[in-house]
Design a protein around this ligand. Structure first.
Ligand SMILES: C[S@@+](CC[C@H](N)C(=O)[O-])C[C@H]1O[C@@H](n2cnc3c(N)ncnc32)[C@H](O)[C@@H]1O
Length: 214
């Protein structure tokens, strides 16, 4: 594998020196996309948020700024991402608003119904067993909770498919594929948006309120 491919393979699970370079770059490189994704979170006011596959932690911090009464758990299976997220969000951690956890989305280390909002920016490409991972997100969301997925690939754009061929274990999903996996995981309502001029997509999935619990 050439150095270029080795560097981009770090997006899947940052490790070592190249991984450290990659997480720093992701914080700046994904900011515009993530802000566009967050602009779809219209009228919600979550108290408990999980940012899954948090990378360098910039988006976790941005969510905490947007929702000043919220607490957030950031999760990633890469030790380097976890360390960088802690560094990026030092002030929020000291204020007791942010916790950073190392773990895999396929077996989330959180209790049932622990969150009102879960987010996944530029990460579901790497989640092995999409339905299983989405059912974990469904489990940790409260009834009425929202799951936001934001990707810079719509699953058919040539530039991203080039990365898919280069990065082992990466899959650029279409909106249809994501919606089907979300429905299979139990989400009742799935709404998607495609950027007007870029291959960016946002998918919002809702967990129905369990009326039996009310
Ligand atoms: C391309 S980065 C995106 C990071 C960040 N969300 C952003 O937008 O900048 C993908 C991140 O997802 C993490 N990741 C991938 N699969 C994961 C899994 N199964 N469980 C936890 N984290 C995962 C990787 O370690 C990496 O930090």
């Amino acid at each position: 594998m050439g150095l270029f491919s080795k560097f981009f393979a770090q997006t899947r699970k940052p490790e070592g020196f190249l991984g450290k370079l990659m997480v720093g770059g992701m914080n700046g490189g994904h900011a515009k996309l993530a802000d566009w994704g967050m602009s779809h979170l219209a009228v919600i006011n979550p108290a408990r948020i999980a940012d899954l596959g948090c990378g360098g932690g910039r988006n976790a911090g941005e969510l905490l700024k947007r929702y000043p009464r919220a607490k957030l758990s950031a999760l990633d299976y890469s030790e380097i991402s976890v360390e960088k997220t802690k560094d990026t969000n030092k002030a929020f951690i000291e204020a007791g608003r942010c916790a950073v956890v190392q773990g895999d989305v396929a077996a989330l280390p959180f209790e049932d119904a622990a969150f009102d909002l879960a987010t996944a920016f530029e990460t579901v490409y790497f989640w092995q067993g999409l339905e299983k991972c989405f059912s974990e997100v469904f489990r940790v969301l409260n009834g009425g909770g929202t799951f936001l997925i934001c990707n810079e690939s719509d699953g058919v754009d040539e530039a991203s498919l080039k990365y898919e061929r280069m990065i082992d274990g990466m899959k650029c999903h279409t909106i249809e594929r994501l919606a089907a996996a979300l429905k299979a995981a139990g989400f009742s309502e799935v709404i998607a948006d495609h950027h007007p001029s870029k291959p960016w997509i946002t998918v919002l999935a809702k967990k129905a309120v369990d009326t039996a619990e009310e």
